[in-house]
Ligand binder design. Structure first.
Ligand code: NAP
Length: 264
């Protein structure tokens, strides 16, 4: 039985993760960490009808009292790093879907995980189809090196570009030499018109109500284009990946960044 704490249980992702932990026989949800509602039970919150699971606002106190194996963090970009540090201090393995980590965060947290010999997983995208989209895009970039990424999310998302878009650009950059795309004399008549720049490839972020999480990687060549697209239609799409990450993190003693590193 894996003892789990979820941070951010009332959020869109958190609510699905709570359902996952309550239905999986090998998972035990021992507590949740919320930004409010300290001292209540999960079943007292309007988002849930069941769950004799205590709610904490203080993560360190929650860990000290329940000694979980795994933290599932689905909160906000400002808290992901801090929550991982608190988890490591208490010998808890973090599985983090929260986005917004910098390269420096990943480097520092990798060192911390290795020093503590604790497994950790940061997954900018838990959807298996999105992992395939990134892998296929990396393969295509070996042959077609003019590429632009368009990601679309709901308008409550705090960070842009998305963690998935950044991760896709990083994977492509492993096989594509930096190259400034577009006309060498192009100029933006309006700031931001050409999107964010990553090694010369452009990333465009759309934020609209009604969207969940979508990404298209567009390649252009002489007389041809290639589009690789993935759509998450609801938050349930992320849960098989969360389950896989929880099952794997207890076997790891280092940090893994990206679910693609756990899938052949
Ligand atoms: P959301 O609906 O805004 O939920 C976030 C929840 O976290 C809210 O209930 C919020 O409470 C709570 N929270 C914020 N700070 C907290 C803290 N310090 N301690 C405890 N709880 C805290 O967001 P979401 O759509 O579920 O997404 C959550 C995160 O996952 C985001 O970073 C998002 O980009 C990411 N995400 C990842 C994936 C993936 O596959 N990896 C997929 C979708 C989203 P309040 O409302 O009271 O502040």
């Amino acid at each position: 039985m894996t003892r789990i704490v979820i941070a951010g249980p009332r959020g869109n992702m958190g609510q699905e993760a709570v359902k996952l932990c309550l239905r999986e026989e090998s998972f035990e949800l021992v507590a949740v960490v919320d930004s409010k509602n300290d001292g209540k039970q999960l079943k007292d919150l309007q988002e849930f009808q069941q769950g004799d699971v205590p709610v904490y606002t203080d993560m360190a106190r929650c860990f000290a009292e329940h000694e979980p194996d795994v933290l599932i963090d689905l909160t906000a970009p400002a808290f992901g790093r801090k929550h991982m540090e608190v988890a490591f201090e208490h010998g808890v393995r973090p599985v983090v879907g929260t986005t917004g980590f910098s390269d420096e965060d990943i480097r520092d947290l990798t060192k911390l995980a290795e020093a503590k010999e604790l497994g950790a997983i940061i997954a900018p995208n838990f959807a298996i189809g999105a992992i395939l989209m990134m892998k296929f895009a990396q393969t295509a970039a070996r042959y077609m090196n003019d590429v632009e990424i368009i990601e679309q999310h709901h308008d409550r998302k705090l960070d842009a570009p998305s963690g998935t878009a950044v991760k896709t650009a990083q994977l492509i950059a492993e096989v594509r030499a930096p190259k400034k795309q577009g006309h060498e004399q192009e100029r933006e008549e309006m700031a931001g018109a050409r999107g964010a720049d990553f090694d010369g490839m452009k990333i465009h972020s759309v934020r609209l109500p009604g969207r969940v999480a979508h990404q298209e990687v567009l390649f252009g060549g002489v007389g041809q284009t290639l589009s690789i697209r993935h759509d998450s239609l609801n938050r349930e799409s992320f849960m098989p990946g969360v389950k896989l990450a929880v099952e794997q993190v207890v076997k790891l003693s280092t940090l893994v960044y990206g679910l693609e590193n756990l899938i052949d």
